[in-house]
Design a protein around this ligand. Structure first.
Ligand SMILES: [Cu+2]
Length: 310
């Protein structure tokens, strides 16, 4: 596939993902890798109604499906078995889901200040009740996102709800934009720029001790998972790499390439999950999209959040 075709396919796929045009999602079937992948097609789809479509993660209820927390008391720093359901149009918990990237449900957590990112896989304990051991390290409002494709839904959904860890909330300033993120002895370099409304190529290169990592391990059927959250409202994008393990053309590092389409200019926090040596780590970046984006210089370097709870 030449680059233009490949890009074209991704543009169509991503238009479906982020709902740039209502209706493209169904038309994109044959090329819609995102459709097939499911976990890639998170985003606000407005179903059959035309008109503007929201990015994913902004709604607690979409297309008749609702993210319903069953645990309400979460204290900062205290391990909690957090329970929730995805309620269907009939108001009852959904028990059947189509797996997305090897899991029936993905739970992403970030505090409202974009710190404390977690990517977890809850267990269904029966009757459509999901449970996961969580620690919300500090006080504040946390956004819980579920990536799911419930039976009866036309496509994968990202539902979002706020969960409070009561206490004295001290927001952490967003680290300023940097091209390099360090995590756990690894260095991840980001190349590329985010252009609003366009599938933008981002390449993330992983190295350790100054040497490129060429044996990244597949994690949830990919060499990397990229989540982007928009500062201000935590609009959510989940992007999968161009190419996947075992497709005969994708190398296991050091470079992982993504085509990400952000819905607007603004400031985004990017979280790259990658696996090496049997462990999943998250590299975080602050990125501005569009000409008008500015980030106040808060005098704090990248990695200021420093809370990875994998
Ligand atoms: Cu997941």
């Amino acid at each position: 596939m030449n680059t233009a075709t490949k890009l074209g396919a991704y543009v169509v796929g991503l238009a479906a993902v982020f709902g740039g045009a209502a209706g493209i999602g169904t038309a994109a079937g044959p090329v819609g890798k995102a459709d097939e992948g499911g976990h890639g097609s998170h985003g606000g789809h407005g179903g059959t109604t035309a008109g503007p479509v929201l990015p994913g993660g902004l709604q607690v209820s979409q297309d008749g499906f609702t993210l319903h927390p069953r645990t309400t008391d979460v204290r900062p720093g205290v391990p909690t078995d957090f329970r929730f359901t995805i309620d269907g149009p009939d108001g009852k918990p959904v028990t059947r889901f189509t797996p997305l990237h090897g899991k029936r449900l993905h739970l992403i957590i970030a505090r409202r200040d974009l710190s404390g990112f977690q990517h977890l896989h809850p267990t269904e304990i029966g009757g459509g009740v999901w449970e996961v051991a969580v620690v919300l390290p500090k006080a504040g409002a946390y956004r819980f996102f579920t990536d799911v494709r419930p039976e009866g839904a036309k496509e994968a959904l990202t539902l979002g709800v706020d969960v409070a860890a009561a206490g004295d909330y001290r927001p952490v300033p967003l680290p300023r934009p940097e091209q390099v993120a360090k995590v756990d002895g690894y260095e991840v370099k980001l190349a590329g720029a985010l252009t609003p409304g366009k599938a933008s190529e981002l390449t993330l290169s992983v190295s350790k001790d100054g040497r490129p990592v060429t044996d990244l391990e597949p994690y949830l059927e990919a060499y990397g998972h990229l989540v982007a959250l928009r500062q201000g409202d935590l609009a959510y994008l989940h992007v999968h790499p161009d190419g996947e393990p075992g497709d005969g053309r994708t190398e296991p590092g050091p470079d992982v390439t993504f085509y990400a389409e952000v819905p607007s200019s603004g400031v985004y926090r990017l979280y790259l999950d990658f696996q090496h040596g049997g462990k999943v780590r998250t590299a975080e970046f602050t990125v501005t999209a569009g000409p008008s984006a500015t980030v106040p210089d808060q005098g704090e370097g990248a990695g200021g959040h420093g809370e990875h709870t994998h």
